[in-house]
Design a protein around this ligand. Structure first.
Ligand code: HEC
Ligand code: HEC
Length: 302
């Protein structure tokens, strides 16, 4: 047999064996998915390595702003207290109970800056880590919040518990609400007050194109829409808690009652209970910009 044919045959046999092995493992429920058992050593090492490499490659092109600005650092500490300490703990602060039940366990970030460069810390915070419990913050916080967090993480290895506590003391009542929380509280961050009040498409209507589609699909996932609705173009569970969002542009009525047009749809996505106080569709704190993005995408789907 020629060497190439032998190589191909060996490769094909190994691939077939791995395939059969995998199918048997799945069919017999062999792999323990419980969060109370850790991954096996080879799986753990493989996942760690793959994750590190994936982050490194993706963070390469990110331009890092100045991180040593004291105001930015102070804001980073506030954002960290409001959104990260629950899972990761902080200097002298324990994580919340629920975080200790996660697998993988969210580790302390005291030494994260020794493993990751600032661009990588930013990338992880922005995009999250799939199947780990690390959330993506890119649609919840502003760009400035994300860089403030990065600045804070970069400083964390040198921050004593008392320095952390006094930074927060000095920050007083300062907060770092998510965009959604600010919208729910009645004044969306980064939006004129009028936009929050009107809950209508007052800003620019997003132009059609692959960029809009990608951003809209991300929003549909990040606002948990796909947990209840089968959504065109987004992979998610086969769920029917809400009606499928397919062919919405052809529908005369929204939720069976209101005229279906961009204005009503944007309003519905932001404040469903303003239209129907008893609707099972929750108010998800959708920002006006994200509402326009999702509405324009959904109305365009065949
Ligand atoms: C719901 C829990 C949770 C919250 C909240 C959370 N994280 Fe995480 N984070 C995780 C988990 C889980 C991991 C993955 C740990 C692993 O893979 O070993 C992680 C990993 C990370 C890592 C990589 C750590 C390392 O050493 O490799 C960074 C950096 C990070 N998170 C930053 C943040 C920041 C910044 C915030 C706040 C904006 C935050 N996280 C909020 C759960 C959380
Ligand atoms: C917890 C489940 C849940 C989530 C999350 C959810 N919805 Fe809904 N949605 C519903 C239900 C239930 C209805 C039907 C409401 C009614 O008829 O009063 C609905 C109705 C709708 C409608 C009207 C559909 C029609 O055929 O008339 C649209 C559009 C919609 N949702 C879009 C969204 C978008 C976009 C998101 C994310 C921002 C979202 N939903 C998140 C449960 C949900």
């Amino acid at each position: 047999m020629k060497p190439l044919a032998l190589l191909t045959l060996t490769f094909a046999s190994v691939a077939a064996l791995v395939g059969v092995g995998g199918a048997v493992a799945v069919a017999t429920g062999w792999y323990d998915v419980s969060a109370a058992s850790s991954h096996t050593v080879p799986v753990y090492r493989l996942l760690e390595k793959a994750m590190h490499q994936a982050v490194r490659v993706r963070a390469r092109e990110i331009a890092v702003p100045r991180l040593d600005d004291p105001a930015r650092l102070a804001h980073g500490a506030v954002c960290y207290r409001d959104h990260c300490v629950q899972c990761h703990g902080g200097p002298g602060v324990a994580p919340a109970d629920l975080a200790m039940g996660l697998q993988p366990l969210p580790g302390p970030l005291m030494d994260a800056a020794r493993r990751w460069r600032p661009a990588e810390l930013y990338w992880i915070t922005h995009h999250g880590i799939k199947m780990s419990g690390m959330p993506a913050w890119g649609m919840r916080l502003t760009e400035e919040d994300l860089w403030a967090l990065t600045a804070f993480l970069a400083r964390l290895p040198d921050l004593s518990p008392s320095a952390y506590a006094s930074t927060l003391d000095k920050a007083g009542t300062a907060r770092c609400p998510t965009l959604s929380a600010s919208c729910r509280e009645g004044r969306c961050r980064d939006e004129p007050a009028a936009a929050t009040a009107a809950h209508a498409p007052s800003g620019p209507w997003p132009a059609r194109g692959p960029q809009r589609d990608a951003a809209a699909r991300l929003a549909l996932q990040q606002y948990a829409c796909i947990a209840c609705h089968v959504t065109p173009g987004v992979i998610g569970p086969d769920t029917h808690v809400g009606p499928p969002l397919v062919g919405l542009g052809r529908q005369q009525r929204l939720a069976g009652r209101w005229p279906n047009n961009p204005e009503e749809l944007v309003r519905w996505l932001q404040t469903p209970h303003a239209l129907d106080p008893r609707s099972a569709m929750p108010a998800l704190g959708v920002t006006p910009e994200h509402a326009r993005l999702m509405a324009s995408y959904l109305l365009d789907q065949p």
